[in-house]
Design a binder for this molecule. Sequence first.
Ligand SMILES: [Ca+2]
Length: 525
Amino acid sequence: MTALFTPGATHPLIATASLLAFGLLGGCGGSGDDSSGPQQVTAAQACAALNGKTLAGATVIAAAVAASGATPTYCKVFGNIAPSLNFEMRLPQTWNGKLHYGGGGGYNGVIPGLNLPALNMGYATISSDSGHGGGNVFDASFALNNPTAAQLFGSLSTPTVMSSATELLKTAYGVTPSRSYFEGCSNGGREALMNVQRYPNLFDGVIARAPAYNWVGLLGHFNRTAKAVAATGTSFTLAKTQLLAKAVRDACDGLDGIVDGVVSNQAACTPAVFNPATLRCAGGTDTGNTCLSDAQLAVVTSWTTDASFSGNSTFRNAAWSLSGNEDSPSAWPLWVTGNGTLTNALQFLFQDTTVKNYLARDPAANSLTYSPFDQNQNALYALAALNDATNTDIRPFQNSGGKLLLWHGANDSALSSNATIEYYNNVRTSVGGQANADAFTRLYIAPGVDHCAGGPGADNADLLSALDAWVEKGAAPANLTAQKLDAAGATQFSRPLCVHPKYPRYTGPANDANAAKLAANYTCS
Ligand SMILES: [Ca+2]
């Protein structure tokens, strides 16, 4: 899941759902006519029932795909809702009766790769391009002069696609899905929370990973930090990032009981334990790779300081915590500094296209001189109305029986895990306290994990099965187990995935590399 700039390529903001062992399905879709369960139809029969049809406004093409590896034979469906909302479904030969809807990434514009783990578990899976093409997730130009495309991207595409999906499943299998789940990461996590907040009956369960829910606040924070990086010229190199990260690790790695390269007890790594100012170059000007200049320290300050903007109390973003893994290739180098070339950094790219197309509304605008970020209040309100999923009173979702899993990597350099913790804490308040929140929500923070996946931590966990057990059997999820997989899918090591605010603390034998690889030797503390 490294950064890719080509259309349709795999990117942390694009196709996360397809790469991780969890998924989401949506839809309290109704079970009015499924008392006998789904008809046992082959993929070829399902395709024959759908191909060439127009169903619930969607024009459909369908063709069977042979089984391969762990993936069963399935009917691959392409649908178009005119003029520009495109989706893809995969209908497995032996359907478990449930639907998994995978969210998008960035500014979408591509249909993400569908969630293979969910398909392999027997789910029908679906994803869409959210209403515009173009294939470039860093491009928001669709929103400049096309309010319909902007609305579809913001919140409207999912219920629109779900209407067609339900009809397609009924046509292919004779029943609508018994359960529907939605899962997404990054912008897909925003879509997940949008569904919870605005369409509380649409899904039985939702997994929101690294949700970009506070679009105004986080893009304003991106803009502020990009300006700070620009002020360093080309000097924020990988060596500077490594200097910072190592200093954090030196101070804080062992606070979780083991020096393993990951600061799992991030809450204990306070400014009193590590202060970035100790890295300051004498005199404040850059004197080499053993110190940070005042301009470079200003980037750190932007990173570790909350951002807020005028117009609404929700126009804010909680600061990042220093993680000690800022030097992971898909952390600061990818998202923040571009290793000295700011215009390669993804935070720069996202705030730049947002300023141009939503705020200045001028494709020639310079986002680095667009100041202050909140100068156009009308534009901020419009952007929030379209894209912000900041409502914390999600009792309607609870009242419809919905369950919500939140997950965030603690080394996410795209979106702050503290922002997700803040949202979760505000939900607790809005729904009447922790006990009620615990009845239908869980938050997991994954130490050492980058944006959606990657990084030195254990980034793989089967959240979909945990959600399904909660929805179907009332089995509330507790601490889970996460793995780090190698390229072949074998487990390199495992860790507990602790219910927030707990973290995995090592309790095994000292100086035992094999013991340190096993989740059983850690306790959620
Ligand atoms: Ca550690």
